[in-house]
Design a protein around this ligand. Structure first.
Ligand SMILES: [Zn+2]
Length: 50
């Protein structure tokens, strides 16, 4: 039984893809270093999942 609204799922999916798209393209993330952009996108994704 799911209470997920399609609109929210789309938001979560978009946020996740933005995060993954960043981590594969960003030199800082690829080097495994702390990246403020990655941290911001990760927070946004986790906030969207709530
Ligand atoms: Zn990054």
């Amino acid at each position: 039984m799911s209470h997920h609204a399609p609109e929210k799922s789309a938001t979560v999916d978009a946020a996740y893809r933005t995060l993954i798209g960043h981590t594969v393209a960003c030199a800082t993330c690829r080097a495994g270093d702390a990246c403020p952009t990655e941290a911001r996108l990760d927070r946004k994704w986790k906030a969207a999942r709530r």
